[in-house]
Design a protein around this ligand. Structure first.
Ligand code: NDP
Length: 248
């Protein structure tokens, strides 16, 4: 039987996939702990969950700051005594071609999409090891399997998420810690993600792609729920999902 009262921390919970996942998991009886930078969004989402009878707390969290991520884990432990699932979801995708030299955006992607995931692992692993149970869910992407002009840095960060996740999975399997690691790799999902693109030569085409094929973030939330609800002796190692009409 699937226990439905897990304590689940979600980074990047202020919009898109994080918001949809927080709402679905709370609706299913789990306690959710939300982190992101936009306070108003976190307040609104937490209040929506509570109004529907769910349990949620939030903390302003910048995943590029190790201390912030540790504080988010502490909030989960102080409020709910344990961390069952940690979802490393925060991410951004300011695509650009290399010749635009948008070095600050490269830095941002490395800091949020890679270092943010590492800080999440650092924050939750000790508590999970202590209880000999836990589950990391890390958001990679179809872009973590293939790349294209303009997507080099973003893809690089998402390939990195897959490498980090797989090594962590193997280590925890060897340690018999009962900690599961799942990679979720979506295709085009209708969220605020393309809004971070500042390369005007690329933005139009990507907006057009998203307008024509993207599916609801609820589909990713349902996929994450499926991975969490797998029997404890089984790990969904990676789930790759795309809109049915998305080609590459
Ligand atoms: P959104 O832009 O809607 O959500 C991104 C989230 O990340 C926001 O909640 C944002 O919150 C948060 N975030 C960004 N920077 C930081 C930071 N420094 N610290 C904490 N939180 C941060 O996009 P999605 O929901 O689509 O993205 C979620 C994940 O899914 C990302 O990792 C993305 O790469 C991945 N993904 C998305 C796909 C898509 O097509 N949408 C496809 C494949 C993967 P705030 O600004 O409040 O801090």
């Amino acid at each position: 039987m699937v226990k439905k009262d897990k304590v689940i921390v979600i980074t990047g919970a202020s919009s898109g996939i994080g918001e949809a996942t927080a709402k679905l998991l709370a609706e299913q009886g789990n306690k959710v702990v939300l982190g992101a930078r936009r306070k108003e969004n976190l307040e609104r989402i937490t209040s929506d969950i509570k109004t529907s009878g769910g349990e949620a707390v939030f903390q302003i969290t910048d995943v590029t700051k190790h201390d912030d991520v540790e504080a988010l884990a502490k909030l989960a432990l102080d409020e709910f005594k344990q961390i069952d699932v940690w979802i490393n979801n925060a991410g951004l995708m300011p695509h650009s071609t290399f010749d635009k030299l948008k070095v600050n955006e490269w830095d941002q992607m490395v800091d949020v999409n890679i270092k943010g995931v590492l800080y999440g692992i650092a924050a939750a692993l000790p508590a999970m090891r202590q209880r000999k149970t836990g589950h990391f869910i890390n958001l990679s992407s179809v872009a973590g399997h293939q790349t294209h002009p303009g997507g080099g840095v973003y893809s690089g960060t998402k390939y990195a998420v897959r490498a980090i996740s797989e090594a962590l999975r193997q280590e925890e399997a060897a340690a018999k810690s009962n900690i599961r690691v799942t990679i979720i790799s979506p295709g085009a999902i209708a969220t605020e993600l393309p809004n971070t693109i500042t390369d005007e030569d690329l933005k139009g085409g990507i907006d057009q792609l998203y307008d024509s094929v993207a599916i609801s973030p609820d589909r990713v939330a349902e996929t994450i729920l499926f991975a969490i609800n797998a029997p404890e002796d089984t790990t969904m190692n990676e789930i790759l999902l795309r809109p049915t009409i998305q080609q590459p």
